[in-house]
Design a protein around this ligand. Structure first.
Ligand SMILES: NC(=O)c1ccc[n+]([C@@H]2O[C@H](COP(=O)([O-])OP(=O)(O)OC[C@H]3O[C@@H](n4cnc5c(N)ncnc54)[C@H](O)[C@@H]3O)[C@@H](O)[C@H]2O)c1
Length: 235
């Protein structure tokens, strides 16, 4: 019987790379995103806004009736808003700060809590960021949200272990995706220079890390970086 997975944010970037990797391994994949153009016989698309709890509930019902069970959940949906805390004549909007936290951590938690009730012997993989450890300027909301994602890993793993569910956080450095390319070229080049590989990471490399976590049943309750030794320069 096929293994089954849900990938939030599976319509673009890292989530899309993970979706393709899972499909190539014979998984049935339910993509939960605002949009998705990928089509495949083993792909089910559910329109989900992770900040709207009802859309998660409906997608879960649709996925369970199509697949019957869920063994893997990857949370890759996320947003970043670039804005300094203050400038000479402006202040960071509280709405923007709340929006980033709503999508990146509250929405993620909502997906986890609803899906976990229907997982048996499964794994939840949350896509965090190296900004959880060392955020750069102008992305305070994003960095705070990713710090919260990292903080969720171990307590959630402890809560869910009795149900046979593992929880792991993956913290990428700069990856070639639409979000990664939002960073100004000059700043991207500064970051790239700081990595040991002298390049951005690829979605295939992220998907490879996800497959490793799925297969290695002893990995649990941990966050790990995949960033080629990158340090966030103070740009
Ligand atoms: N690209 C990088 O350099 C990088 C580095 C570290 C961490 N990350 C993290 O990886 C994850 C994926 O980022 P990416 O680079 O693939 O970005 P991306 O913009 O290519 O993809 C993000 C996906 O999330 C979806 N999404 C956004 N808001 C949503 C919502 N409210 N409900 C449902 N889906 C929503 C988008 O529609 C999109 O498909 C994010 O959590 C991001 O923070 C990215």
């Amino acid at each position: 019987m096929s293994q089954t997975a849900i990938v939030t944010g599976g319509g673009s970037g890292i989530g899309l790379g993970i979706t393709k990797a899972l499909l190539s391994k014979g998984y049935k994949v339910s993509v939960w995103d605002l949009s998705c153009i990928l089509s495949h016989e083993n792909l089910l698309y559910c329109k989900v806004d992770v900040t709207k709890t009802q859309t998660i509930t409906q997608a879960l019902e649709k996925t369970l009736s199509a697949f019957g069970k869920i063994s893997v959940l990857v949370n890759s949906a996320g947003i970043a808003i670039a804005c300094p805390v203050i400038t000479l004549n402006s202040v960071h909007s509280l709405e923007d700060f709340e929006r980033v936290l709503h999508v990146n951590i509250i929405g993620m938690f909502d997906v986890c809590r609803q899906v976990a009730r229907h997982m048996v012997d499964g794994v939840i993989i949350n896509i965090s960021s190296i900004n959880a450890y060392e955020g750069t300027r102008v992305i305070s909301a994003y960095s705070a949200s990713k710090g919260a994602v990292n903080g969720l890993t171990l307590p959630m793993a402890r809560d869910l272990a009795q149900y046979g569910i593992r929880v792991v956080g993956i913290c990428p450095g700069l990856i070639e995706t639409p979000m990664g390319m939002l960073i100004k070229e000059v700043n991207r080049n500064i970051y790239i220079k700081e990595t040991l590989s002298k390049r951005m990471g690829t979605t295939e490399e992220l998907a490879h890390a996800v497959m490793f976590v799925i297969e290695n049943k002893y990995m649990n309750g941990v966050n790990f970086r995949i960033d080629s030794g990158g340090i966030n320069p103070h740009i």
